[in-house]
Design a binder for this molecule. Structure first.
Ligand code: C5P
Length: 234
């Protein structure tokens, strides 16, 4: 289990990100850069965070034809990020191509490769009516997890509520990275399948991703330390 909760840096620019990170200067963080920050600022964001010695999860959720994803991953591997992802809905071949691209583009340690199963903002009803997937949400997530493993990825992004079942099917070493984390007193916002850090630990998440519960808190450092404590079982 990864000790540090991953902070989702969902900010539009470095100008907003830098002051947010200021109170954390004595912490070694694991941060997530998503499409909001990366697509508006580019690779300089990763360089800035690496200079601060933070570990980086580049959450771009790639989903395209295998060759395009492979070439994109080859380039992104050169940034030296620690973890990166694709959408499992892109299929086994696309996921295997993503891994190959990462291997081709990495000189040292290959970044951890994850695949998103179903977004934690997706409800079962929405999945069935909009994606026309006629099974339960859990079945869909488990199916994607098995496909992800078969493609040679290191784990999945899923909700806390599916983590235990995924461990049963894919093994405990297979990573379950879980967003949709809320403190009991927080608003769920657009997330549907939420859980608090304690429950995430109990149900077998490998890493938790926390955004607004920290970034929108009045005192983000205090909120971070509280999440870290609950997650670590202290
Ligand atoms: O603010 P909040 O804690 O809801 O942020 C969750 C973060 O995790 C966001 O950056 C979102 O893009 C990401 N994410 C998610 N569900 C997934 C994959 C990623 O919420 N399945």
């Amino acid at each position: 289990m990864e000790k540090e909760p991953i902070i989702a840096l969902d900010f539009p620019t470095w100008q907003e990100t830098e002051p947010f990170l200021q109170p954390f200067e004595n912490e070694s963080l694991f941060v997530k850069v998503g499409m909001e920050l990366y697509l508006q600022n580019g690779p300089s964001i990763v360089e800035n965070l690496k200079k601060m010695n933070h570990r980086i999860f580049l959450d771009l959720k790639l989903h395209d034809i295998p060759n395009t994803v492979q070439q994109a991953m080859k380039g992104l591997a050169g940034l030296g990020v620690d973890m990166i992802n694709v959408h499992a809905a892109g299929g086994q071949k696309m996921m295997a191509a993503a891994r190959e691209g990462l291997e081709q583009g990495t000189s040292g340690q290959r970044p951890i490769l994850l695949a998103v199963t179903q977004l934690t903002s997706t409800s079962e009803e929405q999945m069935q009516t909009e994606q026309l997937i006629p099974v339960s949400l859990e079945e869909s997530v488990l199916h994607y997890a098995k496909l992800t493993k078969a493609a040679g990825c290191d784990g999945v992004v899923c909700s806390v509520h599916e983590a235990a079942k995924i461990s049963e099917v894919c093994g405990t070493e297979f990573l379950k990275v879980t967003p949709g984390i809320r403190m009991k007193e927080d608003d769920a916002n657009d997330q549907k399948r939420v859980a608090d850090p304690q429950l995430a630990r109990t149900l077998g998440s490998s890493m938790i991703v926390v955004g607004r519960s920290i970034t929108k808190a009045e005192q983000p450092l205090v909120a971070y330390q509280k999440v870290k404590q609950l997650w670590g079982g202290m």
